[in-house]
Design a binder for this molecule. Structure first.
Ligand code: KDG
Ligand code: MG
Length: 403
């Protein structure tokens, strides 16, 4: 079998998605998600200008060699743009393999280790009362795990909180990034009281998660973790920016709150210390930004040695192709932990018809050969790319901060 062509599509059915379609002879094609929120055209250009020309004529079954060809062979390693491009190729090739062999991708990764994957939903509100309502709604939909984010008194914006009654989507279609204002003091003074209210209303049968979105110092994160211990969180996510993996050591010394990190990691080198020193409990890399299924299987295997489970990033800026790949990966590995499930809008679901499903708090991977996702090119064409940016964040005195 040979790769005969590959094309990149950027569409915007409510938000931007970059989709790679690789065609092999015998009429088989595979799909990969190459979306990098706010940097969509950079990944598309990396694929079309540099990687696709080297793919043509290759055997799509050679996923291991092709992955190394682009990772090592490019000389300039790592980085989100390169790794998202390599990740999309790898995903599409596994899709082709599954289709050519007539079997779902999970069967190529070791078969099913479980029948369903625990999923967590997002609940957010401008204040405590709206947030309590939002948690209630997600529980009513069947979720057994809910990530809770809330507006902070005195701040106009908080990470993860929607405005105007529309579902939260961090990137905005604008000519420049929107600027938000942040105060760690206000946030830290408020969050423990929020979780008091949530546990008071919903008890301890529901798993609760919270995302700090990289905004704390280790000692601030340790203080937050300690104060949330009585609430038995499933995890506290991205407490500190993880460029400095040692940052997690201080948090670990002070609190037993389970920690999760990894949505901005691109290779195992971003987390080898976190894994080997058992500084986190969940590794959150996802298939697209983590360079594909091929390296993620290996990272999960390394994590398993250190009692660490997976919790793949699953925000709406990953397309249904990536979510499906995460579910096939999650179905196959032994140390799956949880899957983020931020539901795509209806139009996105139409552009990417898929066979995975949600039932009673769990996501189920599909049973169709390959990844079980298709791409409606004609519909996608009606919703062309629109420039969009993630926000930037400043402290109240104007200092540029982590968003
Ligand atoms: O594009 C940025 C989002 O993917 C990110 O803000 C979402 O933190 C996130 C999460 O946990 O889903
Ligand atoms: Mg996050």
């Amino acid at each position: 079998m040979k790769i005969s062509d590959a094309r990149v599509f950027i569409c915007s059915p409510g938000r931007n998605f970059v989709t790679l379609k690789i065609y092999a002879d015998e009429g088989v094609y595979g799909l990969g998600d190459a979306t990098l929120n706010g940097r969509e055209t950079a990944v598309a250009s990396c694929l079309t200008e540099h990687l696709i020309p080297c793919l043509l004529g290759r055997n799509p079954f050679d996923t291991e060699d092709i992955w190394h060809y682009f990772y090592r062979g490019g000389y300039w390693r790592r980085g989100p743009v390169t790794m998202a491009a390599i990740g999309a190729i790898d995903m599409a090739l596994w899709d082709i393999k599954g289709k050519a062999l007539g079997t779902p991708v999970y069967n190529l990764l070791g078969g099913k280790s479980r029948t369903k994957m625990l999923a967590y939903a997002h609940a957010n509100g401008a204040d405590v009362s709206q947030t309590l309502d939002a948690v209630e709604q997600e529980i009513a939909l069947g979720y057994k795990a809910v990530r809770v984010q809330c507006g902070v008194p005195g701040l106009a914006h908080a990470y993860g909180v929607a405005s105007g009654g529309i579902p939260y989507e961090p990137a905005s279609r604008s000519t420049r990034p929107i600027e938000e204002v942040w105060s760690t003091e206000k946030y830290l003074n408020f969050i423990p009281a929020l979780f008091d209210k949530i546990r008071e209303k919903f008890g301890f049968d529901i798993h609760l998660l919270h995302d700090c979105h990289n905004r704390l110092t280790p000692i601030e994160a340790a203080r937050l973790g300690k104060s949330l211990e009585p609430h038995n969180l499933f995890w506290l996510e991205d407490p500190v920016p993880a460029e400095l993996q040692e940052g997690f050591q201080a948090i670990r010394r002070h609190t037993v709150v389970p920690l999760a990190a990894g949505e901005v990691f691109n290779t195992v080198y971003d987390c080898h210390k976190l894994l080997a020193e058992q500084l986190i409990d969940y590794i959150r890399m996802t298939v697209s930004h983590g360079g594909g299924i091929t390296p993620l299987i290996k990272t999960a295997a390394m994590a398993a040695v250190y009692h660490i489970k997976t919790g793949c990033h699953g925000a709406t800026d990953m397309s249904p192709v990536c979510l499906s790949a995460a579910l096939h990966f999650g179905a196959a590995i032994n140390n799956f932990g949880i899957q983020e499930h931020m539901r795509h809008n209806e139009l996105t679901r139409e552009v990417f018809p898929h066979d995975y499903s949600f039932k009673d708090g769990y996501l189920l991977s599909g049973e169709r050969p390959g990844l079980g996702v298709d791409f409606d090119e004609a519909l996608a064409k009606k919703h062309p790319y629109q420039r969009a940016y993630l926000p930037v964040n400043r402290l109240e005195d104007g200092t540029l901060f982590h968003w």
